[in-house]
Write a protein that binds this ligand. Structure first.
Ligand SMILES: Cc1cc2nc3c(=O)[nH]c(=O)nc-3n(C[C@H](O)[C@H](O)[C@H](O)COP(=O)(O)OP(=O)(O)OC[C@H]3O[C@@H](n4cnc5c(N)ncnc54)[C@H](O)[C@@H]3O)c2cc1C
Length: 472
């Protein structure tokens, strides 16, 4: 973990900068790369500093599923949707705990951004017709065909190199140089040999993501999740957020986070929720269901951690198992590693995974009755249209984990950093996990695809605005 005391805000370096660019971006994840595309497209000289030897970030760990309202792929699938409907869903899901102006600014361009990424930058994205619910009134997600964030990163990096943007890797940003008026003049980044690369800029975009890997910040802002394992990128150490604060920026929604109760143990692979959406259930190690599996996707980490052994099994049928195998790279890996257990029926599965045969059989029978009778179960889950849990069954043991923090630097609708009074702080922008999101407070407000929605759209907004106002 980085040392907060090592972060510095300094005046201009006495010997000037080694070189300068118009737009300097810190962090080569989805946000930073998209910001670079938007800035370079307008002819701004653009450079990214990245702490890792090979950029990956939380983006590479994700499914690469991006939420958008009014995208071309959505229209082609015959789905009528609008930015207003998305903002309404976000507002309902967060119980009004969001910056509506920011939500609207992002929603307004969300569909267009997907079309732009696909048409102008050859980012191939597939529409996820099956991924809905959890706050979304309509299917809104697009993702790489193998649902792999690694592929999304590869496509974004290729696009950025086509725009001739330089990405300097092994460069960990830890200092800012600014003038008396508060404008950023440039930054310093530590190289592996301990030397400091000093780069001047006309505008700075902070795209360093959140603070999931920073135990002190988690204890301060999200104490309820400190016991959970962290399954995001180690570079999400909060340095960018802390540097933004040193520059005078406000932070908001710092208690908000995305967790998930679908991390296979001990394999550390994410099991896709389509298994549950399609009709699967979760049972604890006693063989009992304990919640509505389709309610509050993010909050499920905590409810699973409260179960015996802090684990549960995701149970599904042949059809949903085959569907997940066909579409999800990580599920294929889970199967290959033996994480997916099989049984001829509920009792056989119970024996194979070591839970009570009677309880599992009774839970599966109750689920089947709800599917047939189209009823709502004791947790309020509606099984209408669900694929019945009959025939051979499959199960994967999972636990809850923190994936991503959702609070961060306060920004306005142009992604410019603002202070506590809402005043713009000169030539500094933020986006993605480094900026505040529209996921409310706590874990209940997160909707699928919103993390990357905030990354690509705030990145695009920041890159375009910075290039329009600060390039030579
Ligand atoms: C397992 C998992 C699955 C997820 N699935 C989804 C999903 O399907 N859909 C969705 O919308 N969201 C998902 N999320 C959340 C999503 O990954 C994030 O919201 C998104 O990747 C944030 O993008 P970013 O560019 O802000 O951050 P990142 O991708 O983390 O990029 C930040 C970059 O900044 C670099 N950096 C950090 N500090 C410094 C520094 N001091 N100097 C230089 N460089 C620095 C990092 O090394 C990193 O490369 C998931 C998250 C996880 C962990």
């Amino acid at each position: 973990m980085f040392d907060t005391n090592s972060l510095q805000v300094l005046s201009a370096p006495p010997d000037g900068f080694e070189y300068s660019v118009d737009i300097l971006i810190i962090g080569a994840g989805a946000c930073g790369l998209t910001a670079a595309l938007a800035a370079a497209e307008q002819g701004a000289s653009t450079l990214i500093l990245e702490r890792d030897a090979t950029p990956s970030g939380s983006t590479a760990m994700s499914y690469g599923a991006i939420c958008a309202a009014g995208s071309g792929p959505q229209a082609a699938a015959g789905i009528a949707d609008t930015p207003e409907a998305l903002v309404e869903d976000l507002t309902v899901n967060t119980q009004g705990q969001l910056d509506r102006e920011l939500a609207q600014a992002v929603a307004d361009i969300s569909g267009e951004t997907i079309d732009w990424l696909m048409a102008s930058h050859n980012i191939e994205l597939t529409f996820e017709a099956a991924w809905t619910g959890f706050g979304h009134r309509a299917p809104r997600l697009v993702a790489p065909d193998n649902r792999s964030g690694v592929k999304l990163m590869a496509m974004l990096q290729n696009a950025v190199s086509r725009q001739e943007v330089t990405v300097v890797t092994n460069a960990r940003w830890d200092r800012v140089y600014r003038d008396d008026a508060g404008d950023v003049l440039g930054v310093g980044a530590v190289r592996p040999d301990g030397s400091v690369e000093q780069v001047g800029c006309r505008a700075l975009i902070i795209a360093t993501c959140g603070f999931g890997a920073n135990a002190e910040m988690l204890a301060e802002f999200i104490p309820e999740i400190t016991e959970a394992r962290y399954y995001g990128h180690e570079g999400n150490d909060g340095a960018g957020i802390q540097l933004g604060r040193l520059l005078g920026a406000n932070v908001e929604y710092m208690s908000a986070y995305q967790s998930l109760g679908a991390l296979a143990v001990p394999h550390n692979l994410v099991i896709p929720h389509v298994i549950l959406i399609g009709g699967g259930i979760q049972i604890n190690v006693r063989g009992e269901r304990f919640q509505n599996e389709l309610d509050n996707i993010s909050g499920q980490a905590l409810t699973i951690l409260e179960q015996p052994e802090a684990q549960c099994w995701m149970v599904t049928n042949e059809q949903l198992h085959q569907d997940a195998l066909g579409r999800f790279e990580e599920y294929r890996q889970a199967e290959a590693l033996g994480a997916v257990k099989r049984g001829e029926d509920a009792r056989d599965l119970a024996r194979n995974i070591g839970v009570s045969e009677e309880r599992l059989e009774s839970e599966v029978a109750a689920t089947l009755a709800h599917v047939t009778e189209r009823g709502t179960d004791r947790f309020g889950r509606d099984f209408s249209g669900a694929s019945p849990l009959s025939g051979p069954l499959y199960a994967v043991r999972v636990t809850g984990a923190l994936f991503h923090t959702q609070g961060g630097l306060s920004v306005n609708r142009h992604a410019q950093l603002i202070n506590g009074e809402g005043a713009v702080l000169g030539n500094i922008y933020a986006g993605g996990g480094a900026a505040m999101s529209v996921a409310g407070t706590g874990n209940a407000g997160y909707m699928p695809g919103v993390g990357l929605m905030m990354a690509v759209n705030l990145g695009r907004i920041a890159g375009a605005h910075a290039a329009a106002h600060y390039s030579r």
